[in-house]
Design a protein around this ligand. Structure first.
Ligand SMILES: Nc1ncnc2c1ncn2[C@@H]1O[C@H](COP(=O)(O)OP(=O)(O)OP(=O)(O)O)[C@@H](O)[C@H]1O
Ligand SMILES: [Mg+2]
Length: 235
């Protein structure tokens, strides 16, 4: 038999026995040991009540926090034991975050905020501009490109945040309550954008306590009291 090299990476995320205990006091077992995979191009929703461990899990997947136990392979590479420095590098190159609080710079324009997504990537200015224009169009904000972020609506801000993430072309997009502050119309627009990204092959994990969001994902995981389980759809 001939060796044709390493197998193709089909799972963006492989998690085995991943857990998080906050030492306290009081000690909180925020995430009990869990194992799951997220395939390349999947759109996964993780739901659960407040305090169930959703953000804890997202922080582990996003390398914002270290697990108390377990293995985590991101794009086939073991990232659980990396140094802080290496984790920051992986985060910058491979992971995109969309949070409920947008973390935009209000006194800068849409274009500037989106370009900032690439600031630490050493990307040439002209390339940065070109990619920024493309992703701003992608989220439907070309008309507001030179507007200040402080003057945008909640839904528009969230779209800027998504564009700032997309400009980096991450292999995994992690969203924590991306529609939490938005009305129905704006939530719907954000969800449609996430669905389109999924359709284009991007891997998306959305944390939410909104069943309406979960209904639009391809796959549902649920957390209760730190215990993760897969919800199998009925139809
Ligand atoms: N840094 C921390 N130190 C101690 N306990 C923490 C810490 N962060 C979270 N916890 C606890 O871990 C549990 C899970 O919190 P987590 O933020 O993951 O919940 P969540 O599902 O995201 O809730 P919400 O829907 O309200 O955002 C909670 O009991 C919380 O109090
Ligand atoms: Mg949370």
């Amino acid at each position: 038999m001939t060796d044709t090299g390493p197998p193709a990476v089909e799972s963006v995320v492989v998690v085995e026995g991943l857990s998080k205990v906050f030492r306290g006091p009081p000690e909180v077992a925020a995430l009990r040991p869990c194992s799951f995979r997220v395939g390349a191009g999947e759109f996964v929703a993780i739901t659960g009540p407040s305090g169930s461990g959703k953000t804890t899990l997202l922080s582990l997947l996003g390398l914002l926090d270290t697990p108390s136990s377990g293995r985590y392979l991101l794009d086939g590479v073991d990232v659980a034991g990396l140094s802080d420095n290496d984790r920051a590098g992986v985060r910058a190159r491979q992971i995109g975050f969309v949070f409920q609080a947008f973390h935009l710079i209000g006194y800068r324009t849409v274009l500037e905020n989106v370009e900032l997504g690439l600031l630490y990537h050493g990307t040439a200015k002209a390339v940065r501009r070109e990619r920024a224009l493309a992703v701003i169009e992608r989220v439907g904000l070309s008309g507001r490109m030179h507007g200040l972020c402080s003057q945008l609506s909640g839904g528009e801000k969230q779209r800027v945040a998504i564009a700032r993430t997309l400009i980096r072309r991450p292999s995994l997009v992690l969203c924590d309550e991306p529609t939490g502050n938005l009305d129905t119309v704006n939530s719907d627009a954000i969800l449609t954008t996430l669905e389109e990204l999924h359709a284009e092959g991007m891997t998306v994990v959305v944390i939410t306590h909104d069943p309406g969001v979960a209904a639009r994902a391809q796959r549902n995981l649920q957390i209760r009291d730190g215990v993760l389980s897969e919800t199998v759809g009925v139809g």
